[in-house]
Design a protein around this ligand. Sequence first.
Ligand code: AMP
Length: 383
Amino acid sequence: MLGVIGGGQLGRMLAMAARRMNVRTAVWTGGLEAPAVEIADEVIDLPFDDPQALEHFCEVSTVATVEFENIPHATLQAVAARMPLHPSPQAIATCQNRESEKNFLRANGIPCTDFHVVTTAGELAAAMRALAGPGVLKTASFGYDGGGQIKLKGNENPEDIWQAFNSPRGVLEAWVDFEMELSVMIARAADGGMVTYDPAENQHRAHILDLSIVPARVPGAVADEAAAIARKVAAALDYQGIMGVEFFLKPGGALLVNEIAPRPHNSGHHTLDACATSQFEQQLRMVLGLPAGSTRLVSPVAMLNLLGDMWPEETTPPDWLPLFADGEAFLHLYGKHHARLRRKMGHANILGKTAEDALSRALALKNRWLEQAAGRRKPAGHA
Ligand code: AMP
């Protein structure tokens, strides 16, 4: 029984990969709404700090992993004391907090955006002076999908910004005028062997991933460099499992690491239809100590996130017929019943002869669905 801490769509797709191979899963939801419960063999629907939940989880699971990183460190340590947990609590803790992640990158000589940790208005003032330009103030602990971020021109009053920020610790980052955002999925095995997937070119809208295009439209040298940096990150974390490394590509070709996801990642969803081994099967293989599967890209692909914004009504899905009519577009839905704006409801993988071909068909679908949903009333409890 594979114990999965977290019950979101990543856990759902991991459980589906497991089910295909007769691996049973126990999903610990944290008490949150959990798309994985429809697939799991065992559900523990309690908060992550609940001692009974911990006991139950440890009793039924033989090996464990996480599908999101915001889990109390004490819980991770308690699980790791009872069974193998991959990735390790240490690796998860490093990536769980923006401050520790940035410090880890800097300490290991991995290129990342210039940053300053700030805990008072005075420190923010000093950091803004040091930056001497635009930046973005982010919470030290992770906000979800761009939550807790304030963009700064650099000439604001630090007192006012600190007041509005309303969080005890922040990381002020230099603003990067990037040419492209990229990510690399990398899997590292118990013996240190690593495989990487082709980099994805990621387009965000309002801080949320909108589209991933694979292969990323970058020179081979940039793709190689991104893979090399991802390997360095995974090795420095002594990582076991799959991981997503997100990058900014600057004009001129330099890469900066933006964020590390110690789990399967949204920008790896194309692997379900376009790669020899999906990121979820790969995670399963890594966590169970099996050899890695091939990461070969079988077809260029565009992955379109299906956000709640595309739903004409909160409980009425878009018209999927054009997607099915395409023939090389594949629908993945997460079983969520209420389509709030910005909520990730599913994704579509659109295969193409080239990345451009896949992208243009993905955009046609996206625009059609957005148009059909235009004018939708703003639902209460927007998340
Ligand atoms: P994050 O939550 O830190 O991954 O940020 C979400 C998105 O905001 C990124 O994918 C970028 O599109 C944008 N962003 C974040 N930090 C920066 C930065 N320092 N410079 C430019 N854009 C940024």
